[in-house]
Design a protein around this ligand. Structure first.
Ligand SMILES: Cc1ncc(COP(=O)(O)O)c(C=O)c1O
Length: 399
């Protein structure tokens, strides 16, 4: 059987290094033979690959699809804006409308600027922190994008070695290391930027509170990287979930239902530093994504999106746990209900083998996910039920 996915992959690799734009979308020789290389269409919580296989999708485009693919209210707002224009020679009035709606949704921040990618938004927060404090060092917890200031935990030839001295990487939850970095570099730390939760771990409020306290003590900006948690854990993202407020935050996924928009926001005190450093880019005021964001915020206002996602995530997670218990499959679910993660009880090769076996079964039976399971507002109870039956059957087949 010839696979259109595979023949198109050969074609894409001839002109596009990796054959894709996104690290997590590469089609590696990693044993996941059943994973589709290309998706040609998606609607609601379902998507179709080039070979016309249908999947219930739990990756939601790596986070952005909060309401569901082709969500009518959002796409209608985009079509309406398209009739006015996409980008102009001066600002569009929709920028301030979107700013007001998003600030009112998240509640705690006073000012906001838009960008295009998550990496842009986290980089802007770091720039403002450095500009206001006149310090260079950054404490960093988690992943914040590919930009040079951050790109250290991976092999990244091309990033000057000299930049490394400024970034101090700390593991989520490691309070002792926070104390060590602050005692050594505290007066040179412009910012501590952290993911408020690490998805494969349980949320650690004490760790984030400790970081908050240290930042306040040293005059260091606390930046939340809410790129995955924002608009997913609640209207006010992790700030609402943890009850702890940063000075600035970076947002991207979940704010425009897949249209390319990111933002950085915070107190006026930190955001007004924009008057002393230049952050500017041509496409940040692009109106279609801003129209999409306005529509998403309106849906958040009218409908119980976040309660539904949390409740549905919990049903899926509990279903997984019951299946693990009943079948003796050696795994547990960790993290939060809005994006629980499969955690294998074994380590190394054994876990890897189970993972490949489980996901190949799931892909072949029409479920698309990776270890982390994201829900959108379009995942209906029937979809979850169907998914749990397929998980059950898949696990029984591989044990
Ligand atoms: C927590 C976090 N920060 C930053 C980024 C980078 O966002 P982008 O890929 O839009 O640049 C990501 C992307 O996955 C992310 O998950």
């Amino acid at each position: 059987m010839t696979s259109k996915n595979l023949s198109h992959l050969e074609r894409a690799r001839r002109t596009i290094p990796w054959g894709t734009q996104t690290f997590a979308k590469r089609h590696e020789r990693d044993g996941m033979d059943q994973r589709p290389a290309f998706i040609k269409r998606a609607k609601g919580c379902r998507m179709w690959d080039l070979d016309d296989r249908e999947f219930i999708d739990y990756r939601v485009a790596l986070g952005p699809i909060i309401l569901g693919y082709q969500y009518e209210e959002v796409d209608a707002a985009v079509r309406k804006q398209m009739e006015l224009g996409t980008l102009f020679s001066m600002s569009s009035p929709i920028e301030a409308v979107a700013a007001e709606k998003i600030l009112s949704t998240i509640g705690w921040a006073e000012k906001i600027r838009f960008m295009k990618t998550g990496a842009d938004a986290s980089t802007c927060c770091v720039r403002l922190a450095r500009s206001r404090t006149k310090r260079d060092h950054i404490l960093s917890v988690g992943y914040h994008g590919y930009h040079d200031w951050f790109a250290f935990p991976w092999p990244n030839p091309g990033v000057p070695e000299s930049l490394k001295q400024y970034v101090h990487d700390v593991d989520y939850g490691d309070i002792e290391e926070i104390d060590r970095v602050f005692s050594e570099f505290g007066n040179e730390l412009a910012a501590a930027i952290t993911v408020p939760i690490e998805w494969h771990m349980n949320p650690d409020k004490a760790f984030i509170q400790h970081l908050r306290n240290k930042c306040t003590e040293y005059g260091t900006a606390l930046i939340f990287d809410e790129i995955l948690t924002g608009f997913r854990l609640g209207k006010a993202g992790a700030v609402e979930y943890l009850g702890i407020q940063p000075d600035m935050a970076a947002f991207a996924k979940g704010m425009a239902n897949g249209y390319p928009l990111s933002a950085f926001a915070g107190s006026s005190e930190w955001m007004d530093t924009l008057n002393q450093t230049v952050i500017t880019t041509t496409y940040a005021g692009e109106t279609l994504s801003l129209a999409a964001a306005c529509a998403v915020m309106d849906v958040f206002d009218k409908e119980p999106v976040h309660e539904y996602i949390a409740k549905t995530g919990k049903t899926l997670r509990q279903g997984f746990e019951e299946i693990f218990k009943e079948t003796g499959f050696p795994a547990t679910m960790t993290g939060v209900d809005q994006g629980a993660v499969i955690n294998y009880n074994q380590a190394g090769d054994e876990a890897q083998k189970l993972n490949i076996a489980l996901f190949n079964k799931l892909y072949s039976k029409g479920i698309f996910a990776n270890e982390q399971w994201f829900i959108s507002y379009s995942h209906q109870p029937d979809d979850i039920q169907q998914t749990l039956e397929i998980i059950h059957q898949s696990i029984r087949e591989i044990l």
